[in-house]
Write a protein that binds this ligand. Structure first.
Ligand code: SF4
Length: 263
């Protein structure tokens, strides 16, 4: 009798650690594509712990794509307030409509508005349990540090295909906790096995432009006024107002041309 080759010890340790200590987010209890998509879209460019409350509120109000497709974008934008990067909300709303039009999910998820290679891979791993580790900055960093010669792949190790969801989640979890840009090797569950333990230089995060005074802040302030009060003053910041209209996140209406939520 031949047995399947086992993945490297470090990969097995990482899986064991995730089984024991992986964080218990609600979306980890399901393989529902809509839940996975909402959680992924909300957590892009946002720390997962901060996004969690928004994910819960959005899924509570829109448990299925059809629920969001029937709603006005403005209702989603109100729930989105505080999460930032509202183009994501519009893409999610357009995706809900597309899913209803199609009557289900397309084979190629990148046909959906706002779904790029990362979100496609996340759906394949976390919903469909395909043996893909979604390639974001966290997972790339973990794999490069733990397996400098190249990560173990499911084609060589059937266990990684059988446990595809766990493997993708474990790598992601380590990148969000111990193996951050500034590696916290002392608290890392695989430090005894990791060839990079204690050797990683601080990798600076890409510098973000200052938020204060940025167009992002100005758009955010205007959108907050509309979602809080139902209308905003177009003339208060014409440039920001025009970008919101162009992105389909607001419209001009009413007698005095106020800025309103989109239909
Ligand atoms: S030991 Fe350090 S470099 Fe290696 S995986 Fe853990 S945190 Fe990352």
């Amino acid at each position: 009798m031949t047995s399947s080759p086992q993945p490297p010890h470090l990969a097995l340790e990482l899986l064991d650690w995730f089984d024991r200590e992986g964080r218990d987010w609600p979306w980890r209890h399901t393989r529902d594509r809509w839940v996975v998509l909402v959680s992924e879209v909300c957590s892009q460019q946002t720390q997962i712990a901060r996004a969690a409350v928004f994910i819960e509120a959005i899924l509570d109000r829109f448990p299925q794509p059809a629920d969001l497709a029937r709603a006005e974008l403005g209702e989603l934008l109100v729930l989105w307030q505080g999460l930032g990067y509202p183009r994501r909300a519009r893409n999610l709303w357009l995706t809900a409509q597309r899913l209803v039009e199609l009557g289900g999910w397309p084979d190629d998820y990148t046909e959906l508005p706002g779904v790029g290679p990362y979100t496609d891979a996340a759906l394949r791993c976390f919903a469909d349990e395909e043996p893909i580790v979604p390639p974001d900055i966290n997972t790339r960093r973990v794999l490069a540090r733990c397996f400098p010669e190249g990560p173990p792949v499911a084609a060589d190790y059937p266990l990684l295909a059988e446990r595809a969801w766990h493997w993708g989640s474990a790598v992601m979890e380590l990148g969000q906790t111990a193996c951050r840009a500034r590696a916290l090797c002392d608290m890392c569950p695989v430090r005894e096995l990791c060839p990079s333990a204690g050797t990683e230089e601080v990798i600076a995060s890409p510098r973000q432009k200052s938020y204060a005074g940025s167009m992002r802040q100005r758009r955010g302030a205007l959108l907050r006024a509309i979602t809080d009060h139902g209308h905003g003053d177009f003339g208060e910041d014409v440039e920001a107002a025009e970008t919101l209209i162009k992105d389909g996140l607001a419209r001009q209406g009413g007698d005095d041309g106020e800025l309103l939520l989109p239909p």
